[in-house]
Design a protein around this ligand. Structure first.
Ligand code: GLP
Length: 256
């Protein structure tokens, strides 16, 4: 895993958006699509704001972009303000020129027996589009990526997951009535992420200092799902100084 450090989340967002913009433009010049894997949460917000700025001020077109989001809460429909569908449209898709048919998220309303087929179809659609060219990832305090929570094994396939208590506590702040927060979500499996051609993992803020240390300095274990990314051939962890503080204090020679 390559590590790039930045003073602030805004500096990191600019660098990331610059890489994404270059990929989109290169592919557009070749007449080809780009498949992006996208994440929710507070961490990627400055990155999405920078993509919107590049579209509005510098004419970056997203007409050749196909996106697949990592996850969606189970039980929330599109219009729910805490659904990830709503989050992505409010923070990114409504402000750029992506074609609606190129936007993909797992369904929050598929139920019961239909869930397994929905998960398999989501993975198949990613494969049919040629796989993910560039995956943007954040990380949960449990070390989850997407909603792949700590477990005894690394979950390979897209699936319905019970959210960990720490995740419920961390994300409840986004819900007006925290009791209404879904306890389950559909998430792409780690197999989807490990097949992405390139991954950018964003870690920002002091709230991520502990998990940043476990990610970089701990063992590769399914109890910290993001550690599997260290086995991926092309992943860059993009980390700001607040998130790096414990690594700088305990293992400064492990980072640039
Ligand atoms: C959610 C998402 C993750 C995201 C995590 C961290 O749980 N499923 O994909 O990485 O939140 O969110 P934040 O960036 O707000 O800390």
């Amino acid at each position: 895993m390559k590590v790039e450090t930045f003073e602030t989340p805004q500096d990191a967002a600019k660098a990331l958006a610059g890489e994404v913009a270059e990929l989109i433009r290169t592919r557009a010049a070749e007449g080809r699509n780009v498949v992006l894997g996208l994440a929710t949460g507070a961490t990627p917000l400055p990155f999405y704001a920078e993509l919107v700025r590049l579209h509005k001020e510098e004419g970056l077109s997203f007409a050749n972009v196909i996106s697949f989001n990592l996850d969606e809460y189970s039980g929330l429909d599109h219009d729910h303000p805490e659904s990830y569908w709503y989050f992505m449209h409010t923070n990114l898709f409504n402000h750029i020129d992506m074609k609606p048919e190129n936007i993909n998220l797992p369904s929050g309303t598929v139920k019961g027996d239909e869930i397994a087929a929905h998960c398999a179809a989501y993975e198949q659609k990613i494969k049919d589009c040629g796989g993910i060219d560039l995956q943007i990832l954040g990380i949960g305090r449990t070390g989850h990526i997407g909603f792949n929570e700590p477990a005894d094994d690394f979950p390979e396939l897209t699936h319905l997951v019970d959210l960990a208590p720490q995740t419920l506590a961390a994300n409840a702040r986004y819900f007006d009535e925290p009791d209404t927060m879904p306890r389950q979500a559909i998430t792409v499996g780690l197999g989807v992420l490990m097949r992405a051609k390139r991954i950018l993992l964003l870690l920002s803020g002091s709230g991520k200092a502990e998990i940043t240390e476990r990610l970089l300095c701990g063992r590769i274990v399914p109890q910290v799902p993001a550690t599997i990314l260290r086995l991926h051939p092309d992943v860059t962890a993009v980390i700001d100084e607040d998130a790096l503080q414990l690594v700088r204090a305990h293992a400064p020679n492990l980072i640039p």
